[in-house]
Design a protein around this ligand. Structure first.
Ligand code: S3P
Length: 416
């Protein structure tokens, strides 16, 4: 599997302000993580990262970033923009951060507001809600912040600012989001602790560099797991996947739907649990996904709609209005793509409802420049009768080899 995207961003960002050099093996070499590397380069961080190879980051120390001569372009990457906003809020530099049309539509008040409460001078377009964001940081004070959304990007932005703030900083979430920031900053020597859905960080005088091997991304494994579960006669093995419990909601959903998922050889890499995953064809039944499970499967929820097409009865995703704030409105995108292929799927304000089972047929679909929708359309197309054409797939954002891997899976299926 391609390297974990969330970990790859964080390994570059946090090591950029560490004291010393770190080598990051198997980082995800895809557009989003390259956006992070390019922004850090513009801030004076030396990153040697040959295509497909390991990345060597020369940390500048906590206060060693330089003012960028130009606007920082985060491309399509929300993680880059929000984490960078937190880091730059702590620096007495003038920074302007922007992104592509999709990222400029996404909600940014969720980071602007808490970072301003901490003392940063921070402004954004359309009443402080959308990028570009302008930041003149420094002189922060810790906050006790109750985030209205369960978002690791928001949490991480505040925790990064908290590393530099006077006093302690606490972030409370409505449900636990992915905890990679907490694990990695702790491994680099930060004083950080979590209790329930709250995390507290204290200011640091330095971060130790952290070399690591990035495990495979469970969000990139997800299309293959779902493909195997829906296919009438398949077994898929995905090697070396990050199975951090804050990320494995899809495995629980697969189990609840009657799929057969096995975790083999659980081990550790980069401070995260890693396993090989085996999924086999199964008779699926509908399920309801909501509450604390939602942030644990947030990027995989579009694929749950596909599982619903192959399951007996109703599959409901609720409490997931956040899906509408991703690279595209993923509720509408799922309904549009799977609807064109014959699915019985309807949108709801906070998710969707799918009635199954149904035989999907091939169609011309538009992924709207959203990589997760592109991959959903790819695996749906493989399970459908007839030809599917996917426009604007954007898989290069997180999984550049997706179509090659799909072709390999198709070839294996033909010769099996
Ligand atoms: C991410 C957090 C999630 C996820 C995104 C990556 C991260 O977003 O959807 O793909 O690396 O922190 P939110 O934190 O906004 O839910």
């Amino acid at each position: 599997m391609p390297g974990d995207k969330s970990l790859s961003h964080r390994a570059l960002l946090f090591n950029a302000v560490a004291d010393g050099t770190a080598v990051i093996e198997q980082p995800l070499d895809a557009a989003d993580v390259r956006s992070t590397a390019a922004c850090l380069g513009a801030l004076g961080v030396q990153i040697d990262w040959p295509a497909g190879g390991a990345a060597r980051v020369t940390g500048q120390g906590l206060h060693g970033l330089f003012e960028s001569e130009t606007v920082l372009d985060c491309g399509n990457s929300g993680t880059t923009m929000r984490l960078l906003a937190g880091l730059l809020a702590a620096h007495p530099l003038l920074s302007v951060i922007t992104g592509d049309a999709s990222l400029r539509r996404r909600p940014m008040a969720r980071v602007v507001s808490p970072l301003r409460q901490m003392g940063a001078h921070i402004h954004a377009r359309t009443g402080d809600t959308q990028a570009p964001i302008v930041i003149k940081g420094g002189g922060l004070t810790g906050v006790d912040y109750a985030s209205p959304v369960a978002s690791a990007q928001v949490k991480s932005a505040i925790l990064l600012a908290g590393l530099y703030a006077e006093g302690k900083t606490r972030v409370q979430e409505p449900a636990r989001s992915r905890d990679h920031t907490e694990r990695m900053l702790a491994a680099m020597g930060a004083e950080i602790e979590s209790e329930g859905t709250a995390t507290t960080i204290r200011p640091a005088s330095r971060l130790a560099p952290l070399s690591l091997r990035v495990p495979g991304d469970v969000s990139s494994a997800a299309p293959w797991l779902v493909l195997a579960a829906c296919h009438p006669d398949a077994e898929v093995v995905v090697m070396g996947v990050n199975v951090n419990p804050t990320r494995t909601g899809l495995l629980d959903i697969l189990g609840a739907m009657g799929a057969n998922v096995e975790l083999l050889e659980t081990r550790e890499s980069g401070g995260e649990p890693v396993a090989d995953l085996v999924v086999r064809s199964a008779r699926l039944r509908g399920t309801t996904v909501g509450g604390a499970l939602v942030p644990r499967a947030i990027d995989e929820l579009p694929l749950v709609a596909l599982l619903g097409c192959f399951a007996e009865g109703e599959t409901v995703v609720r409490d997931a209005a956040e899906l509408r704030a991703k690279e595209s409105d993923r509720v509408d995108a799922v309904v549009q793509v799977l609807g064109r292929m014959g699915a019985h799927v309807v949108a709801r304000p906070d998710g969707f409802l799918v009635q199954g089972p149904v035989a999907l047929h091939g169609a011309r679909v538009d992924a709207g420049g959203d990589h997760r929708v592109g991959m959903l359309a790819g695996v749906a197309g493989m399970l459908a009768e007839g030809e599917t054409r996917v426009a604007n797939d954007a898989v290069a954002v997180s999984y550049p080899a997706f179509w090659q891997d799909l072709a390999t899976a198709a070839e294996e299926a033909r010769t099996a």
